[in-house]
Design a protein around this ligand. Sequence first.
Ligand SMILES: [Ca+2]
Length: 188
Amino acid sequence: MNNVNSNPNGTLRRAIPGAGAKARFKEEMLENGSFEEWNAGQPAAWEAVKGAGAAWREAGVARTPEARSGESAVLLAPGEEDKWIGLTQKIDPEKMMVDRTLRFSAMVKAPRAEQVHVIVSFVRGGKRYSPKESYKGSGDWEEVLWLFEVPPEADPSSFRFEILRAPGSPGQVVVDDASATFVHVQLF
Ligand SMILES: [Ca+2]
C-alpha cells in the first residue's frame, strides 16, 4: 500500500490531484457532443454504426433541426432492417483516468422507455465490458444521466462512449447535448 508521506520527494502522488489533474475534471471528454458540426452528412467525431451481436457495420444517421440546443441534433430512425443503430466515439486515452467517477449525460427524445441505451465500453483484464444506462421514456426530451465508476484496472486506451437506439419497436429517436466529464471528489 502506498503511503504518500513515505515518498522521499515529499510529493503527493495519488491522494491529491495536482493542478493539472484538477483542470482535467472540468474537461469535456466528448467531441461534438452538441452535434452542431457535420461533415459529409454525418456528425463530426462520431462513428455511426448499425448491427447486432458481433456483426456491426458503418451506418448513416440523419441531422435534424429539432434540437434540444443549438441548431441540430441526431435522428436515429428505424431502418428497413430491425437492428440497433447509433453513435460511438472513442475516448482520448490521454484524457482518460481510471478509479474515478465519470459523469455521462445526453438529452434524448424517444417514443418509449428502453428505446435508447447509453453505453460505456472498456477492456478490463483482456475482456470487453459494456455496461449501460437506459432512457426512462417520457416521450419528451429527457436527460439520461449516469455516474460511472471507472474501475481501477480498466485499460485507459479502451474506452468508447456509445448511444444506441434499440430495435423492436417503431418510432424515431433524437439525441442532443452528449457530455462526459470527471466528477471532482473532494478528498480532504
Ligand atoms: Ca445541438
